[in-house]
Design a protein around this ligand. Structure first.
Ligand SMILES: NC(=O)c1ccc[n+]([C@@H]2O[C@H](COP(=O)([O-])OP(=O)(O)OC[C@H]3O[C@@H](n4cnc5c(N)ncnc54)[C@H](O)[C@@H]3O)[C@@H](O)[C@H]2O)c1
Length: 288
């Protein structure tokens, strides 16, 4: 305990591109902030590298994720752990950052293994679509584990944050602003500015639905249409994202769409699709 307040221990569940960058961001803060333990445990889905070495061992020896974030040091207080149960041991702040299709299985393995009172945040973009209808990832985590779960979304291309280019993000929360502010403190750096919004569904849906608009933006590029057409697709797309979100959750707020999770993520994703398309076309040209 510190000044009568609990000291927080952070575990990151996921170690892909965004998981590694998120761990690096968080670790730079836990090393400085007295209310957090320095060490950040990062659960690694174990993989064998082409050299025959285990990914988790390589991360701990090199302080670098050579597969998902090569060339970037994570911070010596980031410890890779391939054992899920040991990675979350004693952690009271859990950051979920795996591809969405693996979350349910991971949560099932964690039932009964968490520290009482643990809080979660999801950085995962996407949703589960079940027979009963769509299910937000934060709800899946919260319901499976019986814990509170916030979300962090925004114009957050991991490789740009890794080299400390300025970005913003939005934390969506349901009721507890104090918890949301604690998450914001954990993530905020001079190059990563985090705001909070009491609209968890709105923030999370922005991170999911923008991908659909970005596919349309990619088609605009593929059809060699111009900037005006793309801007129209983005504007109409944003309006449809808002309409669809409100249809699912009438509580969703208009202002959320003007935060980083809304218009900013839409812009960056629509631009990134263009970049991916160009790379693919270049690759196809060289293979001809
Ligand atoms: N990369 C980005 O720029 C970025 C930015 C914002 C949000 N996100 C979101 O973050 C989440 C994670 O994306 P990422 O880019 O870090 O992933 P990634 O594609 O870089 O890595 C995939 C990860 O999944 C792991 N994996 C593979 N099979 C698995 C299994 N069976 N069970 C569990 N894990 C398995 C891999 O080991 C690896 O750690 C996604 O929801 C994505 O939408 C990514």
């Amino acid at each position: 305990m510190e000044n009568g307040h609990a000291k927080y221990r952070v575990a990151v569940i996921g170690s892909g591109n965004w998981g590694s960058v998120a761990s690096r961001l968080i670790a730079s803060n836990t090393a400085k902030l007295p209310s957090f333990y320095d060490e950040v445990r990062m659960w690694v889905f174990e993989e064998i590298l082409p050299t025959g070495r285990k990914l988790s061992e390589s991360i701990n020896e090199q302080n670098e994720n050579c597969k998902y974030l090569p060339g970037i040091k994570l911070g010596t207080n980031v410890i890779a752990d391939p054992d899920l149960e040991s990675a979350v041991k004693d952690a009271n702040m859990l950051v979920f950052v795996t591809p969405h299709q693996f979350v349910e299985g991971i949560c099932k393995k964690l039932v009964g293994k968490l520290t009482p009172g643990a809080e979660a945040i999801s950085l995962i973009k996407g949703m589960e679509v079940k027979m009963e209808g769509p299910c937000m990832i934060s709800k899946l985590i919260a319901d499976t584990l019986g814990i509170n779960c916030c979300v962090l979304m925004g114009a957050n291309i991991a490789n740009e944050i890794a080299v400390e280019e300025f970005s913003e993000a939005t934390i969506g929360y349901r009721k507890d602003k104090e918890v949301a502010n604690r998450w914001a403190k954990l993530f905020t750096t001079p190059y990563f500015l985090v705001s909070v919004a009491e609209d968890i569904e709105g923030v999370e849906l922005c991170g999911t639905l923008k991908n659909i608009v970005a596919i349309a933006a990619g088609l605009v590029d593929g059809l060699d249409m111009g900037n005006n057409t793309k801007a129209a697709i983005m504007r109409i797309g944003l309006r449809e994202m808002r309409a669809f979100s409100k249809l699912l959750f009438p509580s969703v707020r208009d202002n959320t769409f003007f935060e980083s999770c809304g218009v900013a993520d839409l812009i960056t994703t629509c631009r990134t699709y263009l970049h991916h398309c160009q790379l693919t076309i270049q690759q196809m040209d060289t293979e001809k």
